[in-house]
Write a protein that binds this ligand. Structure first.
Ligand code: HMG
Ligand code: MG
Length: 302
């Protein structure tokens, strides 16, 4: 076992968590959530996406949210950009990092961004070049690396192929996403192994949705490979509009509980994080999706 001593969490709740919310979430609530997350010690926050407001109406307030954040020193703010139009709009909001997102599955690529995998790479190439020229770091996300809602199981070779394409156009860091949360530890490890043929361990992260309750196990399986960066979502918020039935990412609180329990540092204050999760759960009028937060909140009140 090669467990890391410190892990970096990228909080994706404001973006991945909220993008699929049907009820409008005002920009002020999103901004307050980001403030609470940074005050809890999160140093990487995926804030919003510059996608078509017709496709994802909840992210239409991207510029307003970015402008409203009181940026904290040492915190990096990232945004999703699917094409040049999104990138140009994003640049005005001065993100530290952009995320280009492709899929290991052809059908998901079509449903999510309305083009083939090859076309998506062609679209991303100038975006990546422009971002890097502007000094903006480029992260990539690979969807459906173990399973696809339309094509079923995805072979690791297809993940490796996509990782190679992303590397080829200059994407600096790559996330291995289980978009619909069907992965189990050995399958996730195979997807990561395929990615590691193209990227160094320090440039790979895990992004696990928890639909089948496997995300904490998949996080541990990745940690055992030395992976030390993960995307997580406060209160387990979320789902993808183009992956019907998929639930949120693994809850940040659950991963922090796991890591701290294993003596792995995160720099995050779990109590403050739980309060941030409670804030957004209260707004959405729903129970937190985090088991650890629920247990610790029950303990607080008893
Ligand atoms: P398209 O319709 O093929 O685009 O959409 P188009 O270039 O043909 O343009 C059509 C219209 O969209 C035009 O407007 C453009 O101006 C507008 P009209 O003339 O009709 O009024 N448009 C834009 N508007 C704002 N921002 C833009 C933009 N681009 C074009 N960037 C597009 C292609 C990619 C835009 C569309 O498919 C889209 O926005 N998809 C949304 C994808 C998305 O946000 N998915 C969820 C995030 S990914 C995710 O959750 C997975 C991840 O978490 C990892 C995992 O779990 O797997 C990252
Ligand atoms: Mg996701």
């Amino acid at each position: 076992m090669n467990l890391p001593s410190r892990v970096k969490l990228v909080e994706v709740g404001p973006r991945d968590g909220l993008q699929n919310e049907k009820q409008p979430v005002p920009a002020a609530v999103k901004i307050e959530l980001v403030h609470r997350l940074q005050n809890a010690g999160l140093t990487e926050i995926e804030v919003t996406s510059y996608v078509s407001p017709k496709w994802v109406p909840q992210m239409a307030d991207n510029a307003e949210v970015m402008a409203g954040i009181a940026r904290k020193a040492g915190v990096r703010y990232s945004v999703l950009t699917p094409n040049a139009q999104g990138f140009e709009a994003a640049l005005k909001s001065r993100p530290d990092e952009i995320v280009v997102f492709a899929a290991a599955s052809e059908a998901f690529s079509q449903r999510n961004i309305n083009c083939s995998i090859a076309e998506s790479i062609e679209r991303f190439a100038p975006v990546v070049a422009a971002a890097r020229a502007a000094g903006v770091y480029v992260r990539g996300a690979m969807s459906c690396t173990v399973g696809c809602p339309y094509e079923g199981e995805i072979a690791p070779e297809r993940v490796g192929y996509l990782a190679g394409l992303m590397r080829g156009i200059g994407v600096q860091h790559i996330g291995v996403a289980d978009t619909i949360g069907v992965g189990t530890p050995l399958k996730v490890q195979r997807a990561i192994e395929a990615t590691l043929k193209h990227y160094d361990l320090a440039d790979v992260s895990g992004h696990f949705h928890d639909t089948y309750g496997q995300a904490v196990a998949n996080t541990l399986a990745s940690l055992q490979m030395g992976v030390w960066q993960f995307d997580t979502s406060v209160a387990g918020l979320g789902g993808c509009p183009y992956a019907k039935g998929a639930t949120g990412n693994v809850a940040t609180e659950d991963v922090v509980y796991l890591l701290h329990g294993m003596g792995i540092e995160t720099g995050i204050d779990l109590d403050k994080l739980i309060d941030a999760g409670q804030f957004i759960s209260d707004f959405l009028n729903r129970k937190s999706g985090s088991r650890a937060a629920t247990a610790l909140l029950n303990k607080r009140t008893s």
